[in-house]
Design a protein around this ligand. Structure first.
Ligand code: AMP
Length: 281
C-alpha cells in the first residue's frame, strides 16, 4: 500500500489513472480507522476502478481547546486496514502541505451548518467544507464516500456539492455499529471501561424513539422528551442536543412524516468523549 504525502505526487498518480479511463473513488478520513471507515473503502473499491483514502487530522475543523493534539493516530494500523479493505493509495499530507503560510480562502455555509454540531463547534463545518473542497480539487474523484453516522456532515457535503457544482457523486454509507449498538467512532477510544459499558444506552434510547414513531407518535417534542428521559436515568451522560430535523436541511421539524426523511440527531458527552449518533424516523 503506497502512501503519498504531497499534492503533486497524488495528482500525478490520479491523472495517470484517469488518462487510462479509470474511475476514482475518494474516502476522506481523519485516520485511526475502524470497521466504519473500512465499509466506506470496501464500497468505493466495489464501485470504482481505483480508491484513494485520505488520512488527515484537519486542524481547521478543531476549535481551541478541542482534542486536536489528543486525537488518536496509528498510521501503521491504518495502512494495513486500507490495504485489506481494497484501497489503492493513501494520501496523508502534513498540515503544512494542505495549508501554506499565506492561506486565506475558506468555504462557508449557512442554514445546514447552523444547528446541531454547528451550534457548539463553531469552526467545524467551515474547516470541513474547506478541507473537503481541497481534497475534491486535488483528487478529482468520480465519487466520494461519507458515513451517515455523521448525518449533518453528509448533509453539508451534499449541499456544498450542489451549491458549488462539484461534478462528484456523494455516496452516503450506513453507520457501522459495535455488537451492542454503539456507533463505531475513533473517539470511542477516549472511553474508560465503565463509560464504554454504558455507552450503548445512547443507541438504545434512539431505538426507543423510533419505536414510538413507528407506533404513530409524530410530534418531535414528545420524541425528544423520550430521548432525554432515557438519558436522565444514567447520570454519567450529558446530552448536548437531541433534535428532530429534516435529513437534508438539518432544520428542526415540529412533526415527522414517518417516511424516513427526518432524523433524530444527538450529541452526548460521556467522560472525555463527545459522542454523536442519529436514527431515521
Ligand atoms: P472521521 O475519520 O471520523 O472523520 O470519519 C471519516 C468518514 O468515516 C466520515 O465520512 C464518517 O462519517 C465515516 N464514519 C465514521 N464512523 C463511521 C461508522 N461507524 N459507520 C460508517 N461510517 C463512519
Amino acid at each position: 500500500m503506497k502512501t503519498v504525502k504531497t499534492i503533486s505526487e497524488i495528482r500525478a498518480v490520479i491523472k495517470e489513472w484517469q488518462r487510462s479511463g479509470k474511475t476514482v473513488g475518494l474516502v476522506p478520513t481523519m485516520g485511526f480507522l475502524h470497521e466504519g471507515h473500512c465499509s466506506l473503502i470496501t464500497r468505493s473499491a466495489a464501485e470504482n476502478d481505483k480508491t484513494v483514502v485520505s488520512i488527515f487530522v484537519n486542524p481547521m475543523q478543531f476549535s481551541p481547546g478541542e482534542d486536536l493534539e489528543a486525537y488518536p493516530r496509528d498510521m501503521a494500523r491504518d495502512t494495513d486496514m486500507c490495504g485489506k479493505s481494497g484501497a489503492d493509495i493513501i494520501f496523508a499530507p502534513d498540515p503544512e502541505e494542505m495549508y501554506h503560510g499565506d492561506f486565506y480562502s475558506y468555504v462557508d455555509m449557512s442554514v445546514v451548518t447552523d444547528g446541531l454540531c454547528g451550534r457548539s463547534r463553531t469552526n467545524m463545518f467551515r474547516g470541513v467544507c474547506t478541507v473537503v473542497s481541497k481534497l475534491f480539487n486535488i483528487t478529482t474523484p468520480d465519487r466520494a464516500y461519507f458515513g451517515k453516522k455523521d448525518a449533518q456532515q453528509l448533509a453539508v457535503i451534499g449541499q456544498m456539492v450542489k451549491d458549488l457544482d462539484f461534478d462528484i457523486e456523494i455516496v452516503g454509507c450506513d453507520c457501522v455499529r459495535e455488537a451492542d449498538g454503539l456507533a463505531k467512532s475513533s473517539r470511542n477510544s477516549y472511553l474508560s471501561d465503565g463509560e464504554r459499558a454504558v455507552a450503548p444506552k445512547i443507541y438504545k434510547a434512539l431505538q426507543q424513539v423510533k419505536k414510538l414513531a413507528q407506533c404513530g407518535e409524530y410530534h418531535s417534542s414528545v420524541l425528544t422528551e423520550s430521548f432525554f428521559r432515557s438519558m436522565k436515568d444514567e447520570p454519567v451522560f450529558t446530552t448536548e442536543y437531541a433534535e428532530v430535523v429534516d435529513g437534508l436541511t438539518m432544520q428542526r421539524v415540529e412533526q415527522i412524516k414517518g417516511d424516513g426523511t427526518c432524523i433524530m440527531a444527538v450529541a452526548v458527552k460521556l467522560g472525555k468523549a463527545r459522542l454523536i449518533d442519529n436514527i431515521e424516523l
